[in-house]
Write a protein that binds this ligand. Structure first.
Ligand code: ATP
Length: 625
């Protein structure tokens, strides 16, 4: 027998579990059954695709055996099984980045952590919530040795050779105080039906059934084996046969989530291609949504046979929060990952699935706006990624995404923005940047406020990249307010003439400012967009803004081109008028820099030299006190 220690993360997780952070210990059964179901899926796949396993006798099933007296439960499957190496790596370490991520988010506050653990599901280890000793005997398909893994869930586990007639895994749980309630056949059946009714394989329960013996007028116990789940691939049934509860239950059994999904879309396609899709939208965004190594949520089946659950090709990346099943009649069973990437059938299913999901979301947005708000609060950002990557669905995505705005509280759609456009208004305007507060007080918005024009506040860090590539919404131009070119909406003819006059008047000051600021600016000019502030900075149409450059730098991007902003000054502002009249002395020099620095600060761009800024500010302040 060899003794092994758990990896640190496993010990951490077990600590949490043993301290009963989780409020539904019954999920241990769902987790173990789902592992067995995965193991059966894997072996079934091999028997259909791999020559070595084609003649393998295989009638997939899961067997639960209850010993009420000794308070033990055995769970056996004839699936793929594990060899010694698998037992050590699968039941002694945590390989999945999601679990590690979960552990790193724990705060130490039991209440918060138990909520987290509830969203998460802890797999095999959850059995230690109800058992103080677990024995696993497993034999891998195609191998002749079996192995026993035993642990009390504290520091480590023992591994030794064992006997098992056929391939598969048997798990023996010795229930602890908390687990004793599950040493009850009625309770077990209830839990199996609740979570695992629709897994594709039959689950049998062997237990002592009490039956009334009418002759002897007493109840008698007989050892009985009964199938306790429906074992049907529920998604293959028609919608009319299924209740909301069926859908929710299937969702929980395939995702391990404890919360109900927000909604689901079930489609059966018949025609040149036959397939079924059932997609779910989780109520909360998955924890790994923004990690490069996110876990794929859609499983691929071919004719009800599970094929894979880690194929990133099934849906575009921006829909990675979608959970569910794609079951095709036409794909070959031995379809490989490489084939999937350029398979015509899968491409057709994928294109139709994306359309279906987006169309259904649009219907919900129209018919159940409150429900849609729950959705968009979680998933606005991935949909924006779609704008960047999924050109074909851009129009629909633009209708689905929601925006903050200067005109309404909460979120608004582009359709609503369009309906609020003023007579003759040419464009829809937006401002981008990382901080909503700064954006709302940006000097760039002053003229829009004055002219009563709505501006969308785009404060997600990806907004500038995404929206700089979107020129129009339904033939209406989308324009960033921090770009140098100004829109026709901002000036009427009379104003344009006035501005031209003012620029002429202001020219000596503009020249002086340019000379003072030197190569810090691309240009200095009179602004038409300012009302209350003396200055602002803008970027060229085709250049990234200063905030954007800052973000790229923060992300560690090298070789960022030096982009100079254009400084605009407000011809009607008192300070500007006074400066125009003033001779070029040191005060005017300080004022020039202060106009530039304050414009940068208002855009959330940190000053290169705050010390000099403060000295200038103090010199000017000193004169006015
Ligand atoms: N009955 C089983 N037969 C074969 N392998 C198993 C069995 N139970 C567990 N395993 C192996 O142990 C691994 C770890 O199981 P665990 O339940 O901790 O996580 P998981 O199943 O990978 O994740 P999740 O439960 O979140 O889906 C599994 O991925 C699988 O490889």
């Amino acid at each position: 027998m060899s003794k092994r220690e758990f990896q640190t993360e496993v010990s951490q997780l077990l600590q949490l579990i043993i301290h009963s952070l989780y409020s539904h210990p019954e999920i241990f059964l769902r987790e173990l059954i789902s592992n067995s179901s995965d193991a059966l899926d894997k072996l079934r796949y091999l028997t259909l695709t791999d020559e070595t396993f084609k003649s393998f006798p295989f009638t997939p099933r899961i067997d639960l055996e209850l010993d009420e007296e000794n308070k033990t439960l055995t769970l056996a499957d004839n699936g793929i099984g594990m060899n010694e190496e698998d037992l050590v790596s699968h039941l002694g370490t945590i390989a999945r980045s999601g679990t590690k991520n979960f552990l790193s988010q724990l705060s130490g506050d039991a209440k918060k952590d138990s909520n987290l653990i509830g969203q998460f599901g802890v797999g095999f280890y959850s059995a230690f919530m109800v058992a103080d000793k677990i024995e696993v005997v497993s034999r891998k398909a195609g191998e002749d040795k079996a192995w026993r893994w035993i642990s009390d869930g504290k520091t480590g586990f023992d591994i030794s050779p064992a006997e098992r007639d056929t391939a598969g895994t048997t798990i023996l749980l010795h229930f602890n105080e908390e687990g004793k309630v599950y040493a009850n056949s009625w309770r077990l059946q209830e839990v199996v039906k609740k979570y695992s009714n629709h897994i594709a394989f039959p689950i049998f329960l062997t237990y002592d059934k009490s039956e009334w013996n009418a002759e002897e007028k007493k109840s008698e116990k007989t050892r009985t084996t009964e199938q306790v789940n429906a074992a049907s691939a529920l998604w293959r049934r028609s919608k009319s046969e299924l209740t909301d509860e069926d859908y929710k239950e299937l969702y929980k059994s395939i995702t391990g989530e404890s919360q109900d999904p927000l909604f689901w879309f079930h489609t059966k396609a018949e025609g040149s291609l036959e397939y079924t899709t059932l997609f779910y939208i989780p109520a909360k965004a998955p924890l790994d949504l923004y990690q490069a190594e996110y876990k794929v949520g859609v499983k691929l089946y071919v004719k009800r046979v599970f094929i894979m659950d880690d194929a990133k090709e099934l849906l575009p990346q921006y829909l990675r929060f979608v959970r569910g099943i794609i079951d095709s009649e036409d794909l070959p069973l031995n379809v490989s990952r490489e084939i999937l990437q350029q398979n015509r059938i899968l491409t057709t299913i994928r294109t139709a699935s994306v359309k279906k999901i987006l169309t259904e979301l649009k219907n919900i947005a129209t018919n159940q706006p409150e429900k849609y708000l729950e959705f968009i609060t979680e998933y606005n950002r991935p949909l924006k990624e779609g704008l960047h990557n999924d050109y074909a669905n851009r129009e629909t995505l633009l209708d689905l995404i929601r925006f903050k705005s200067t005109k309404v509280e909460g979120l608004t759609s582009l359709a609503d923005v369009k309906s609020r456009m003023k007579d003759g208004q040419k464009s829809i305007y937006y401002i981008t940047g990382g901080n909503e507060g700064l954006l709302r007080t940006s000097p760039l918005l002053e003229i829009y406020k004055k002219k009563d024009l709505e501006v969308l506040i785009l404060d997600d860090d990806i907004d500038e990249i995404v929206f700089s590539g979107v020129d129009k919404y339904e033939e209406i131009d989308l324009k960033a307010v921090n770009k140098a070119s100004t829109s026709e909406d901002l000036k009427d003819d009379a104003e344009a003439e006035q501005t031209a006059d003012k620029t002429k008047e202001l020219q000596p000051l503009l020249d002086k400012l340019k000379a003072t600021l030197g190569d810090q600016v691309k240009d200095v000019r009179a602004s038409v967009r300012l009302a209350d502030s003396p200055s602002c900075i803008v970027s060229d149409e085709e250049e990234p803004s200063l905030q954007m450059l800052q973000m790229l730098r923060a992300m560690g991007q090298k070789d960022i081109p030096a982009v100079k902003p254009t400084l605009e000054i407000n011809p009607d502002h008192e300070i500007v008028k006074k400066l125009l009249a003033r001779s070029d002395d040191s005060v005017a020099q300080d004022a020039a820099w202060l106009l530039f620095d304050q414009a940068l600060l208002m855009e959330g761009v940190p000053l290169k030299d705050p010390g000099t800024f403060v000295q200038r500010l103090n010199r000017v302040l000193n004169l006015s006190i």
